[in-house]
Design a binder for this molecule. Structure first.
Ligand code: AMP
Ligand code: GLY
Length: 424
């Protein structure tokens, strides 16, 4: 089977790594890929959906997997399907669960899927009047895609009003902020649950927890994600049952009912509140860096799972997980991230890592300098252990072997889980 993976993050490297283990997979292409995928796949570089489609036809691609949401929101799956190609991912209409918050919130309201109470606004004055009326804490969200930066959690009214001005008047996210969703602040612990979906059923993966802020102790600005671990014990078997029965299954049933069945990875960003799990957001693709800890725990042939999902015939029995294993991922980022940072800096020490997995994100192989940095999040070090303590020790032992100028990382990834583990 020839596979094409679209994207260039740590997520795509982890997908390529897992697919490369499948006896069915004979060749992997990544577009554009990164310095890590170059070692297990052939990197190609086509941005345009129609050029990618032509490539897939001409090279006899049997399966395409799409990483980034922007391609899905642009309808890459629709174009591939029209060309008769097998593709794992949602159509443009199904991708609205992520590409429009106004759509996803209205959808959840219609189908009674637990989420924060909200109102949508397309003019700034009404949005601001509503904020003054309900007060803080309150959350302001740009309707459209904003590269993970379109959410402001405001603990005072002034901050919320400024967010509305930034999004709707100054248009810092362009048309993505033409409509805003203003919602109730939810309190609790966050968790990420991904599920393989075939249009009818969803098979949950191992629940994970991300660390979105740049600084230790959850301080500083939000990032794409600075580290993850899985499983998280915050999602107990009871909570998992509620997530499946109250959120995952109703979402898939409703999407099918709306005539937009969901195929691909549905990613539930959840707040585990006192009254039960609630959806903070849907994503319509694998999470990054959730994927880097979830796929190493998968005991099944990922190529088969993708093919079955794309063909609408997922079998829950065919998806098995490694028992009694825990994975921790620490992201190594460029100094300055999530703000401005330099690239082209030489990376050393990776060849000394033997006990952890290394998934590349913003890296590039160069002829003269070897492997260099090429993005904000540069590398993901992932350690699989028998418990959270050994996984944390293992990952940080290997993190310390890597060097590039300005390298930053969080030192407290999975500490919350460790505290729960020690207390047990
Ligand atoms: P999102 O991009 O929607 O995942 O939001 C980014 C982050 O903002 C989330 O990971 C949460 O930490 C926070 N957030 C979003 N919505 C809410 C909410 N209703 N209540 C509390 N925190 C929220
Ligand atoms: N880690 C969060 C995301 O992929 O959106």
């Amino acid at each position: 089977m020839k596979v094409l993976i679209i994207g260039n993050g740590g997520r795509e490297h982890a997908i390529a790594w897992k697919l490369a283990q499948s006896p069915q997979v004979s060749k992997i292409y990544c577009s554009p890929g990164n310095g890590g995928t170059a070692a297990i796949a052939e990197n190609i570089s086509f941005q345009n959906i129609h050029v990618l489609t032509e490539f897939a036809i001409n090279h006899g691609i049997d399966l395409t997997v799409v990483g980034p949401e922007a391609y899905l929101a642009d309808g890459i799956v629709d174009v591939f399907q029209k060309a008769g190609l097998c593709v794992y991912g949602p159509t443009k209409l199904a991708a609205r669960l992520e590409s429009s918050k106004a759509f996803s919130k209205a959808f959840m309201k219609k189908y009674n899927i637990p989420t924060a109470k909200f109102e949508s606004f397309s003019d700034a004055e009404s949005a601001k009047a509503y904020i003054r009326q309900v007060g803080a804490p309150i959350v302001v969200k740009a309707d459209g895609l904003a590269a993970g930066k379109g959410v402001v959690v405001a603990f005072d009214v002034e901050t919320a009003l400024k967010a509305v001005d930034d999004m709707m008047t100054a248009k810092i996210f362009g048309e993505s902020g033409a409509t805003v969703v203003i919602e109730e602040y939810l309190e609790g612990e966050e968790a990420s649950l991904l599920a393989f979906c075939d249009g009818n059923i969803g098979i949950p993966m191992i629940p994970a927890q991300d660390h979105k802020r740049i600084g230790d102790g959850d301080t500083g600005p939000n990032t794409g994600g600075m580290g993850t671990y899985a499983p998280t014990s915050a999602v107990t078997p009871d909570v998992m049952e509620r997530i499946v029965n109250e959120i995952l299954n109703p979402t898939l049933k409703a999407m099918a009912l709306e005539g937009t069945p969901f195929v691909g990875t549905l990613f539930l960003g959840l707040m585990l509140t006192k009254t039960g799990p609630k959806v903070i957001e849907y994503n319509v693709r694998f999470g990054d860096p959730e994927t880097q800890v979830v796929l190493p725990l998968l005991d099944s042939d990922l190529a088969q799972v993708f093919k079955d999902a794309a063909n609408g015939c997922l079998d829950p029995k065919s998806v098995r997980w490694k028992q009694d294993q825990v994975a921790v991922c620490v992201v190594l980022a460029s100094g300055g991230y999530p703000g401005a940072y330099q690239t082209g800096i030489t990376i050393d020490g990776l060849d000394t890592i033997q006990n952890s997995l290394v998934f590349h994100a913003g890296t590039k192989q160069t002829a003269d300098q070897g492997l260099v940095t090429a993005g904000g999040r540069v590398l993901n070090i992932v350690h699989v252990g028998e418990n959270i303590q050994s996984a944390i020790e293992g990952v940080y032992a290997d993190v310390e072997k890597v060097h590039f100028e300005g390298m930053i990382y969080r030192k407290d990834i999975a500490r919350r889980e460790l505290n729960r583990y020690i207390k047990k």
